[in-house]
Design a protein around this ligand. Structure first.
Ligand SMILES: Cc1cc2nc3c(=O)[nH]c(=O)nc-3n(C[C@H](O)[C@H](O)[C@H](O)COP(=O)(O)OP(=O)(O)OC[C@H]3O[C@@H](n4cnc5c(N)ncnc54)[C@H](O)[C@@H]3O)c2cc1C
Length: 480
């Protein structure tokens, strides 16, 4: 039994702060909070759903007083176990703090609460001719608070940069309930860049209660290419060729044959079933600029060995191509009941060699591995497909994932491009950081949250294996 400080007195005090209906403590009700989008799981002792910064501050101060460890929770789409409750701890969920507080069209900023869904912000900004650029494939479901914590990326982050490049200011509640402001609306903030330090801190420094983001104007023209390739090697060559032309497309995404099959099983995204891989390349900007660059992109695709190049300019056609890509993870449910996704990064010039090694790992473990990923960033997402009910399958998927991470590091890459370290990859941190590096990070964490109660057991190696799902229960396949 996990020891817990979440006792009846604590729950009663929580209820007094947020209202009884916003404190979840019945085991059956807690089940939905047991996991995120990854394969780790643990039942929280309680989940609290505050509605304002003031309530968050009171909840944090209370948890501090009782010594209750906690994890923030946005939408629970995270892929590294970040929102999983710590042992004996609770979750503070931001579902009710989902208001867009304002859009400043002159300064092109928006102020939002952490529970706002990424796509909702973008669609709202579109009404003013603006947009929120970071677009994780989970954007229909994931929250801005989760995006901040993981420094989320997305297909269009190739041209515009990840979340950190779009966050100007944050209101944060620290472990003792203190409310602090990090960053500001000016381009340069004097003093330490604590905004930058906070973004990507995976919920270990404090919880964000208000976020000011930069918005960008909508582009005049958008053009999407579907490069159809006989094999993955030629598609990888095209990635280097496009960048070699000096072009930075708005997005450059790879979908391999197995992923094409999964997507086409559940919807017609227009990906040919006989292709070895397809590349989605998107250009955007001024009409003349896009028209000129289009010729170079087409040339690069043909030179690399494309069997066919299709161009989509109408919004509906483009949306269909993107729907396939963005729904790919969920579509893997049509091939296997479970998946385990690894988020490694490699220099994009090494993609062909690394994908060859991924294929060798697949053969070694006798486990299909699909690849659908942000090719322009060299951000791989090898996806182990398996049936968690088969004895040993889950462990095999984890072992295969570990080998792939080692390959990424061997080729000069790293452990995560966007999903964070969380529970899942903490034991691999020594592959890329020395003890001194990790100690320096730990000191920063201690400065923000000296008690270590915010998302403990994440990021830093501690020899504890991540929680594994019980054998009789299949980990849920995630549909974004
Ligand atoms: C189908 C699918 C596709 C995906 N595609 C992408 C992609 O393209 N790019 C990408 O980057 N990710 C992607 N992800 C991963 C995931 O969606 C992102 O990591 C996202 O940012 C998580 O947001 P969330 O609201 O679900 O956060 P959660 O999973 O709820 O939490 C994630 C982390 O954020 C912390 N947290 C949550 N709210 C707060 C807060 N207010 N303050 C402080 N910490 C907080 C949690 O404690 C946890 O550590 C994908 C996931 C799925 C399932």
């Amino acid at each position: 039994m996990e020891s817990t400080r979440v006792n009846e007195n604590f729950l009663n005090e929580l209820r007094a702060i947020v209202g009884a209906e916003y404190v979840i403590s019945h085991p059956a009700d807690l089940l939905v909070y047991e996991y995120d989008g990854s394969i780790d799981m643990r039942l929280p002792q309680a989940v609290v759903l505050p509605a304002s910064t003031q309530e968050v501050s009171q909840v944090m101060a209370l948890a501090h007083r009782y010594g209750v460890p906690l994890a923030g929770r946005g939408s629970g789409t995270g892929l590294s176990g970040g929102a999983i409750a710590p042992p004996g701890g609770m979750q503070i969920a931001f579902t009710r703090m989902n208001r867009i507080l304002g859009v400043d069209t002159v300064n092109r900023t928006a102020t939002v609460e952490p529970g706002v869904i990424n796509l909702d912000l973008d669609l709202h900004a579109n009404k003013f001719g603006l947009r929120y650029a970071p677009d994780p494939s989970s954007q229909k479901a994931c929250s801005l608070g989760g995006n901040i914590a993981e420094n989320a990326g997305g297909p269009h982050c190739l041209a515009y940069g990840a979340t950190t490049n779009h966050v100007l200011g944050l209101e944060v509640v620290l472990e003792d309930g203190a409310v602090v402001n990090l960053g500001n609306l000016a381009r340069e903030a004097p003093g330490y860049d604590l905004r930058g330090v906070f973004v990507g801190s995976e919920g270990t420094f404090g919880v964000a209660t208000k976020i000011v983001v930069r918005l960008l104007p909508l582009p005049e023209t958008v053009k999407t290419f579907l490069g159809i390739f006989p094999d993955i090697d030629s598609a990888c060559t095209a990635v280097s060729a496009i960048i070699g032309y000096g072009i930075v497309p708005a997005a450059l995404e790879m979908i391999d044959a197995l992923s094409i099959r999964a997507v086409q099983n559940v919807m017609d995204a227009g990906y040919p079933l006989d292709a070895g891989a397809v590349l989605l390349v998107e250009l955007e900007g001024l009409k003349e600029e896009v028209s000129e660059t289009s010729q170079e992109v087409e040339a690069a695709l043909w030179e690399a060995g494309a069997a066919q190049v299709r161009v989509a300019e109408a919004a509906q056609e483009r949306a269909r191509l993107w729907l396939g890509r963005k729904n790919a993870f969920g579509a893997f449910g049509s091939i296997a009941p479970n998946y385990f996704l690894v988020d490694g990064v490699v220099p994009r010039t090494r993609l062909t060699e690394v994908l060859q090694r991924v294929s060798e790992v697949s053969q070694k473990y006798g486990m299909p591995i699909a690849n659908v990923f942000h090719a322009g960033d060299g951000n791989l997402h090898p996806i182990m497909l398996y049936d968690g009910r088969e004895p040993g399958a889950h462990e095999k998927a984890l072992a295969a994932g570990g080998e792939i991470l080692r390959v990424c590091v061997e080729f000069g890459g790293t452990l995560s491009g966007e999903h964070g370290i969380g529970l899942e990859k903490k034991e691999y941190m020594p592959l890329v950081y020395t003890e001194a590096d990790l100690a320096a990070m730990q000191r920063v964490r201690d400065a923000f949250a000296p008690s270590g109660r915010l998302n403990p057991g994440k990021i830093f190696p501690d020899g504890q294996p991540p929680h594994k799902p019980p054998p009789q229960r299949a980990a849920p396949g995630m549909v974004a």
